[in-house]
Design a protein around this ligand. Structure first.
Ligand SMILES: *Cc1c(COP(=O)(O)O)cnc(C)c1O
Length: 367
């Protein structure tokens, strides 16, 4: 039997396909010498905005910074509250904290893992300034009810689209629905750089301009600092990698959807909870997450079969020691707390072969 390691994400396999193009593009930057916010950064911003069907995009240092600068551009800071979901990567909440605001957490939907709109309305206080839905695992959050709540209460909607490059909600792309959105180009994301990178997309020219100023020391003109800013720039070598990869992203997202469909079919008889796709959603399967009755046993089975896996995420934000100050005791969010002990992420990347998918499914224990 073939016992070759199945990676969780295989970035080297992808580089082999892109090598000639990426190496040549990088050499051009080195010859030109515009290493930070260079020509390719501008071009990438235009191409990425078009891909997201958003009027504006501004490239920044990473996804966490994209979230932070999005919040600051909206004027959110000390004394303000931002509602988001406890079932997310820590950076969603770190960014709110770094902007000086307070994260108000709510539970997620038990099927789709995204923020439960019914709970958002109940969490609104006079201090609430924004809702930050996370398009977790590449599944869009249920945006229409959230946009409607935001309209009624005059709140910003800031999308955490760090796992959802190209995902669609009722034919609208993630990153084009709220006031502003944040993307990460961490190497393992659907669109990943060869290092850190991030971007905001926005429908509003004023917010784009504000992020542009904030990312480069608060200056519009060199050495004239209108506002206090940050060094949160994207470097040009990352932009050329992103430009090469962006041309293939549509096709890679389709390959992920097909891999997910194959997992769905093969796991249909096992009794495992596979990720349902909401009627409003065209997901991009950044992750393919299933729920298993005995995770330790499943992990041992994957280890024995030489198959990598992940857990996204084992501890919800409200139970992280770092955010104990938010004051949510165990039991605060029963849906999330129940699922974090059962979820396991299967290998998922566009180059995954049918044979590999079959091997992974074959190593899944029946419920
Ligand atoms: C990756 C990620 C981030 C942060 O992005 P970085 O580029 O690592 O800073 C934020 N939110 C979510 C949901 C993410 O998956």
């Amino acid at each position: 039997m073939n016992n070759e390691k199945i990676q969780f994400v295989d970035l080297v396999a992808q580089y082999q396909q892109l090598r000639t193009e990426v190496d040549a593009a990088m050499a051009k930057v080195c010859a030109r010498g515009d290493f930070v916010l260079g020509e390719d950064v501008k071009l990438f911003e235009q191409e990425f905005a078009a891909f997201c069907r958003a009027p504006h995009s501004v490239a920044v240092a990473n996804g966490t910074e994209a979230l932070k600068l999005a919040l600051l551009a909206c004027g959110i800071g000390a004394g303000d509250e931002v509602i988001t979901c406890t079932h997310t990567f820590i950076a969603t909440v770190s960014a709110i904290d770094q902007a000086g605001a307070r994260a108000v957490l709510v539970d997620c939907d038990p099927r789709f893992y995204t923020i439960d709109p019914a709970q958002v309305e109940r969490a609104i206080t006079p201090r609430t300034k924004a809702i930050m839905p996370v398009h977790l695992y590449g599944q869009p959050a249920d945006m229409d009810p959230l946009l409607e709540i935001a309209r009624r209460h005059k709140l910003y909607v800031i999308e955490d689209a760090c796992q959802a490059h190209g995902a669609e909600y009722k034919r609208r792309r993630c990153g084009s629905m709220g006031d502003i959105a944040a993307f990460s180009f961490y190497p393992g994301k659907n669109l990943g750089a060869y290092g850190d990178g991030g971007a905001v997309t926005t429908t509003r020219a004023d917010l784009a301009e504000q992020v542009r100023t904030l990312r480069n020391h608060g200056q519009k003109v060199k050495y004239e600092h209108q506002i206090k800013g940050f060094n949160s720039r994207l470097d040009t070598l990352q932009a050329v990698v992103l430009r090469v990869k962006l041309r293939r992203l549509e096709q890679w997202n389709e390959a992920r959807r097909q891999a997910a469909a194959k997992y769905d079919r093969l796991l249909a008889g096992t009794g495992l909870f596979t990720p349902p796709v909401a009627p409003y959603a065209k997901p991009v399967f950044h992750l393919y997450v299933v729920q298993v009755p005995d995770r330790a046993k499943q992990q041992a089975a994957f280890d024995a079969a030489n198959i990598s896996h992940g857990i996204h995420y084992p501890i919800p934000v409200h139970l992280q020691p770092a955010f104990a100050e938010l004051g949510y005791p165990p039991g605060s969010f029963p849906v999330t707390e129940a699922l974090v002990g059962k979820i396991i992420s299967l290998p998922m990347f566009p180059e995954l072969t049918d044979a590999q998918i079959e091997r992974v499914a074959g190593a899944c224990l029946k419920a």
